[in-house]
Design a protein around this ligand. Structure first.
Ligand SMILES: *Cc1c(COP(=O)(O)O)cnc(C)c1O
Length: 456
């Protein structure tokens, strides 16, 4: 991947253009020439101009019939489609890859979280610390089990929960911390684990976007009592729908297994099958053909992760100099991220007041896949709905269900700013192309900057 950058640098040198343009070292017209785009850079695509990029991006998910179909066909032809050996093999391999002792595959990441909280005894009466900057399942698992989420604001530079703000939110009801490695960038796990230890809290990691990410030489998902993963179609190990729980705790994993299989006896959940269920469970098993798809995807995950890291670094360095654009920051101890998204912060003042949402529209129109990302989880109507439900009223005192007070306590202004004004995401598959593909991103941003006034 470095050849392109080298190429461009030598091009710059040869053509003595080094000092000419801001940011990428070339002026917009020079870069157009260089990438052979030949576009009028004064008409934004949103206003009818030709987009900077009019050919596609790498496809997702990836499926290669030659390498990927053998096991899947064997499974289909065997007629053994319900959970059996192939699921067990997938679990064994995912445990190995993610650096955990055990793994249990379940129907999706949402239920990996639901199950983990239930089997770590997090439920009615408890509070769970979580970031408001995440996917809904990071919080619904808390309320699904009857507990109340307590939101801790983010560090906007990293997009992750701010560890320095956790302790102030701990009360006598706090039972757990749920760090989400959101966008696939690892949380700052050392200070999080320190606070958890000090207050004797359970830690459930939502690693549903962070396959193979590493912090301080250790894979994320293995720091807490449980780590949860998603294998949904857009995720980096896609199998349509799927999820997993990993942990080193045999008792906990046995309970999760039992729970995911109607509460039937398993391992330490002793009993004889003839007597039936030993606990209240449900059914969350994945199929053999999902596992066969997952095993095929696993083969390319490490290499892709490496590429996403290299390309994220390249793209970050290419756009970091553009005024008003601040790429993500990783914590010092992060060895590797998963980069489910490539995030940066946008400053509309520097773009003549062009709003973030309009910027995202304009960038998409230039042919760069992007979005504005999450809305704050601490402000959605589901919270009030739960607080007003009969079950919550039965269990919680009126003081604890004082919604206005709850909202005050859970105000997270920095997350709000990310959600409403600043965050821009580029999807992971953009990082699986070439560095030349990535050069279009910076050029498109510069084109928008040049035309900001017209776009407003
Ligand atoms: C995808 C995701 C989940 C839920 O996983 P599903 O497999 O879609 O149920 C949970 N948390 C985060 C952060 C996710 O990105």
């Amino acid at each position: 991947m470095d050849s392109m950058k080298y190429h461009r640098r030598s091009f710059i040198k040869q053509n003595s253009l080094a000092g000419l343009g801001a940011g990428l070292g070339l002026s917009l017209t020079d870069k157009n020439w260089y990438l052979n785009i030949r576009r009028d850079v004064n008409i934004p695509a949103l206003l009818g101009g030709r987009p900077i990029r009019d050919h596609g991006w790498p496809d997702w998910p990836i499926w290669n019939p030659e390498t990927d179909e053998k096991l899947l066909l064997e499974v289909m032809r065997s007629g053994v489609w319900s959970r059996s050996k192939i699921v067990a093999l997938f679990e064994q391999k995912w445990a190995e890859m993610s650096g955990a002792k055990r793994c249990l595959a379940v129907v999706n990441g949402t239920n990996a979280l639901n199950t983990s909280l239930a089997q770590l005894d997090v439920g009615w009466g408890d509070e769970v610390i979580v970031s408001p900057y995440s996917f809904i399942a990071s919080v619904s698992c808390i309320m699904f089990n009857g507990a109340i989420p307590i939101f801790v604001d983010v560090d906007p530079a990293t997009f992750q929960i701010d560890p320095a703000k956790i302790e102030a939110k701990i009360s006598s009801n706090t039972k757990a911390i749920l760090p989400v490695h959101i966008l696939g960038l690892p949380c700052d796990m050392d200070p999080i684990m320190q606070v958890a230890k000090k207050h004797d809290l359970v830690v459930i990691e939502d690693a549903c976007q962070a396959w193979l990410a590493e912090y301080n030489g250790q894979k994320v998902g293995t720091f807490g009592d449980a780590g949860c993963f998603s294998f949904q179609n857009s995720k980096h190990l896609p199998m349509g729908e799927g999820g997993a729980i990993v942990s080193d705790d045999d008792d906990f994993m046995d309970r999760c297994f039992s729970y995911h299989n109607y509460g039937n006896p398993y391992g330490a959940m002793v009993g004889s099958v003839s007597e039936g269920a030993v606990m209240v469970g449900t059914k969350l098993r994945i199929t053999e053909y999902q596992a066969a798809i997952g095993l095929a995807q696993m083969e390319r995950l490490d290499k892709q992760t490496e590429m996403r890291n290299q390309h994220a670094k390249y793209l970050a360095s290419e756009i970091a100099d553009l005024p008003g654009i601040s790429p993500y920051r990783l914590y010092d101890k992060v060895d590797r991220a998963a980069f489910h998204l490539f995030p940066f912060r946008y400053q509309s003042e520097v773009f003549k007041g062009l709003s973030r949402d309009k910027f995202v529209q304009a960038l998409s129109a230039e042919g760069i896949p992007c979005s504005s990302g999450y809305k704050p989880l601490n402000k959605m109507p589901y919270l009030k709905n739960a607080f007003e439900s009969n079950n919550f009223k039965k269990f919680y005192s009126t003081e604890r269900l004082n919604f206005e007070e709850y909202m005050q306590r859970n105000h997270c202004p920095l997350s709000d700013k990310l959600c409403y004004d600043e965050a821009v995401w580029i999807p992971q598959y953009v990082l699986l192309g070439t560095t030349e593909d990535l050069d279009y991103v910076g050029i498109a941003i510069e084109k928008i900057q040049r035309n900001a006034e017209k776009l407003k």
